[in-house]
Design a binder for this molecule. Structure first.
Ligand SMILES: Nc1ncnc2c1ncn2[C@@H]1O[C@H](COP(=O)(O)OP(=O)(O)O)[C@@H](O)[C@H]1O
Ligand SMILES: [Mg+2]
Length: 337
């Protein structure tokens, strides 16, 4: 049997380069060498392509190199990878690839546009406001996309009229909690809007939900399978970059200790959210269960979730009997449909 040539593209030009290296290590170690010939393709932070993260041998003709592959497995997180850009390149070259296509990738990466589609799908989520930073100041964007150019002070007044503290301020395009902050008052709101604007001109401000943080993995193209639900218990006030990757006291509980009906509701919502963004292959959909009301709120969808063997996505499927290796086989199969 001819082995399928799998190009694993990882690293990348985003703030999540290191996270991607960890995910790709697990993927490469677990791909079945009896079925696949594996080609690691590392993209450095400054956009150079290599055969490994040691950056010894630069790939000279990138297009020729990747055209040689049967399937590309993008294990990139964040901008230039999870956002539809690499997917666009692979579409142009007509190479099958694992995961979401261009549209789902770019929508999933953009928190504001994710919200707009979730809203259309009738998926409950935290109340929010979309603002933009432009050269002349800040823009308050109405639900119908009408824009009002204002001073930051005026923006803050309008946001405070609409949303209650605590608020979460996020760059619309972000991941791994980079640039995400919790504002408890006016001063913090101002500071965090300015902070978020360093990462993206589009900024999302949301009402904070006090409750459990739970996640559900989905797998499939047309027939979409949902995993069980897992809970993340952050060691810090919220699930910040540090809480995610550095604080050993952050733990996950799989399956989450929630009633069966809640878990069923979340699994259905996860598939709905995936369909709403026109997802294919895989995604991890993140939710909150509000303490006071027990209501489920969607937070976000990650089209290329963390993929180390201890990451939530593979662990959620492992818990329902799909091993990490089997998951990789299925994802590759799905990419060829
Ligand atoms: N509306 C919210 N209510 C409560 N916590 C939130 C809210 N939005 C974000 N958070 C916290 O901030 C973390 C990071 O925000 P998130 O939107 O998931 O960004 P990222 O894409 O960087 O993971 C979440 O995991 C959660 O702990
Ligand atoms: Mg998140």
């Amino acid at each position: 049997m001819n082995k399928l040539k799998i190009g694993v593209i990882y690293g990348g030009m985003s703030t999540e380069n290191e996270v991607s290296i960890m995910s790709a290590k697990s993927v490469i170690e677990n791909l079945d060498i009896n079925r696949y010939e594996i080609f690691p393709i590392y993209i450095s932070k400054n956009a150079k392509w290599y055969n490994s993260e040691e950056e010894n041998e630069e790939i000279e003709n990138i297009v020729e190199y990747i055209k040689n592959m049967d399937v590309i497995f993008p294990v990139l997180h964040g901008l230039y990878g999870e956002d539809g850009t690499i997917q666009g390149l692979l579409e142009m070259l007509k190479i099958p690839y694992v995961g979401c296509k261009v549209l789902a990738s770019s929508v999933g990466m953009d928190k504001v546009y994710t919200k707009i589609l979730f809203e259309k799908a009738g998926i409950k989520q935290a109340k929010y406001q979309y603002i933009k930073k432009i050269e002349k100041g800040y823009v308050f964007v109405e639900d119908n996309f009408e824009e009002h150019l204002l001073e930051l002070e005026e923006i803050i007044d309008k946001v405070q009229e609409k949303l209650k503290y605590p608020m979460f301020v996020k760059p619309s395009n972000s991941g791994s909690s980079v640039g995400v902050n919790k504002a408890n008052n006016k001063q913090e709101l101002k500071k965090y809007i300015e902070e978020a604007s360093k990462f993206d001109k589009k900024i999302l401000i949301e009402e904070g939900i006090i409750g459990k943080e739970v996640e559900c993995a989905v797998l499939g193209n047309e027939d979409v399978l949902a995993s069980c639900v897992g809970e993340v218990k952050s060691a810090e006030e919220f699930y910040s970059y540090d809480a995610k990757y550095n604080n050993k006291a952050s733990i996950t509980e799989i399956p989450a200790k929630i009633p069966r009906e809640k878990s069923e509701e979340i699994r259905k919502l996860a598939v709905k959210a995936f369909k709403a963004i026109d997802g294919t292959g895989l995604s991890r959909v993140d939710f909150f269960i509000e303490n006071e009301t027990n209501q489920v709120y969607a937070n976000e969808i990650n089209t290329l979730p963390g993929f180390t063997n201890i990451s939530m996505y593979p662990k959620l499927f492992e818990a329902v009997g799909i091993s990490y290796k089997e998951l990789l086989n299925r994802l590759i199969q799905l990419s060829q449909q």
